[in-house]
Write a protein that binds this ligand. Structure first.
Ligand code: ADP
Length: 488
């Protein structure tokens, strides 16, 4: 089966969140299952600055955008041991910028940037030669691809038999733009209706993808149910409910080579289940040195790694810090970047509790690994969470997740109830309501459990033995691709 993965970010080229982890590792997983896979991503400045073996592919073409066109130069990355082909779409005007989507606010031409990218992906597919079986589109940035395939490229020999799969990584980001951007797409105005590309007067690139794709997936079965209702569907719940027969939830895997505590180059002392204590102690010492502390803290380390935005429950974390930091029961470490408000509030908390609340604002992949290795407990108190990766990384690194019962967190963390403890299946602590009391109670349960060494070792062992590799999820994608081809 020939598959083209189309994503706006992928590890190791560029990353702002979980989409990059998925788009970086899914192609290899699919290739390992016998698919012939290519990945196409934009050639951002970030992707070109990493010393990766990227070179011109000898393919250049003009991409129609509005009444004009823009030049796409195709680059190729060949990494040793990698089976999936990787293509990067270069256009310096659009992608040679300091960040992927903008700084404090989005770039004003993001519609044009990703209309160009989506159409360039199809033009590239035609030039690479067909036939393609599946165009797998990730998030709003690739949302136009299913519409282009159906409306403009349906008779091209390379794409005539291709089917499209649209994967939603987060319903909260829909690629909404003013209606005049419709002109840039090259798609006829007759499709700018509430049934297809229009959403409350705006052009919605995600909605377009959901309407035109042959199949829709999202990144966990629970989130697949949640988005068919308000508020999870963010206004598109009706559309998603009407397409429920074509909607599947598949939990993300993780790259078990990049996230392996036994071989992780970011750790001072790699570790496995047998020596998790020693490994964590060494990681904690390295973290303390990095943060400028004289010695590692002996209190349980409660960590958060992620985007500092409302969705992630930063307000709940701040409330928990307010309650707990004064008691001396725990040490907090927060790594993230995001909204100014959230960043400022956390800065104040760190200043109020020096030595008890550590904060690093920024995006630092190596530090994320070190923090997970050092942590005893990882917080994921999200309002909603399509899949969530940090709780999967935490488990693999023997850090026990404390999570809210939403989306993929429900599907990947087993609450340490007495029954689950007896059954040997408990891997974390789960709370229901999105409120400070819920997180405080769950974190309190976790800290009490931490005092019981044999219970804690059992939880850590259970968590570390979970198999979150792409093996199972990759197979589900292949089955879905096969079903999609058979059905339409
Ligand atoms: P989302 O996609 O909503 O951001 P996920 O949990 O699915 O959330 O994925 C987040 C990914 O981004 C994880 O790999 C996490 O380690 C990483 N990450 C988030 N913020 C940072 C940061 N400040 N520094 C390093 N890695 C980060």
């Amino acid at each position: 089966m020939r598959v083209l993965e189309i994503a706006s970010e992928a590890v190791p080229f560029a990353k702002t969140g979980g989409l990059a982890d998925v788009a970086g590792s899914l192609p290899e997983a699919l290739a390992g299952l016998g698919c012939d896979v290519s990945l196409v991503v934009p050639a951002y400045a970030e992707a070109l600055s990493k010393g990766l073996p990227i070179e011109p592919a000898g393919i250049e073409f003009d991409v129609p955008v509005g009444t004009g066109s823009r030049r796409a130069r195709i680059l190729r990355c060949r990494r040793e041991g990698r089976r999936a082909d990787v293509y990067l779409v270069a256009n310096d005007d659009l992608f040679d910028r300091p960040s992927l989507y903008g700084g404090a606010s989005d770039y004003p031409d993001n519609a044009e940037r990703f209309i160009f990218f989506s159409r360039a992906a199809l033009e590239l597919a035609c030039r690479l030669g067909g036939p393609w079986d599946i165009l797998h589109c990730h998030d709003w940035q690739a949302g136009l691809v299913p519409a282009y395939r159906r409306l403009l490229y349906g008779s091209h020999p390379a794409l005539a038999d291709a089917r499209t799969v649209m994967t939603i990584h987060n319903m909260a980001y829909q690629g909404l733009f003013w209606h005049w951007d419709m002109l840039l797409t090259g798609i006829d105005w007759s499709h700018f209706t509430w049934r297809e590309m229009e959403f409350h007067g705006q052009l919605s690139l995600l909605k377009t993808g959901l309407v035109f794709a042959d199949s829709i997936t999202t990144v966990s079965p629970t989130y697949a149910r949640e988005i068919q209702e308000a508020p999870g569907g963010c206004g598109l719940e009706g559309l998603l409910a009407s397409r429920r027969g074509s909607l599947t939830g598949i939990v993300n895997g993780i790259d078990t080579n990049l996230w392996n505590p036994a071989t992780d180059p970011h750790l001072p002392r790699p570790f496995g289940e047998a020596d998790v204590g020693a490994g964590k102690y060494a990681a904690r010492a390295a973290l303390a040195a990095r943060l400028g502390h004289a010695a590692p803290d002996s209190r349980p380390l409660v960590a958060f790694v992620g985007r500092l935005v409302e969705q992630k429950g930063i307000a709940l974390i701040l409330a928990a810090i307010g309650k707990l930091a004064g008691t001396g029961r725990a040490h907090f470490m927060i790594l993230g970047s995001g909204g100014h408000e959230e960043e400022d509030a956390l800065r104040q908390a760190a200043a109020a509790f020096p030595g008890t609340v550590d904060l690093v604002i920024g995006f630092d992949e190596g530090l994320a690994h070190l923090v997970q290795a050092a942590a005893d407990i990882t917080l994921v108190p999200s309002r909603f969470e399509p899949c969530g990766l940090t709780q999967l990384y935490a488990q693999r690194y023997g850090s026990i997740p404390v999570v809210r019962a939403t989306g993929g967190l429900v599907d990947t963390v087993v609450d340490a109830t007495p029954e689950a403890i007896r059954a040997g299946s408990a891997t974390g602590f789960v709370f229901r309501g999105f409120d400070a009391a819920g997180l405080e109670h769950a974190l309190g349960r976790a800290l009490t459990a931490h005092d019981d060494e044999s219970l804690w070792n059992m939880l850590a062992g259970n968590a570390m033995r979970q198999d979150w590799s792409w093996e199972a999820s990759g197979r589900e994608y292949v089955r879905l691709f096969e079903r999609t081809r058979a059905a339409t």
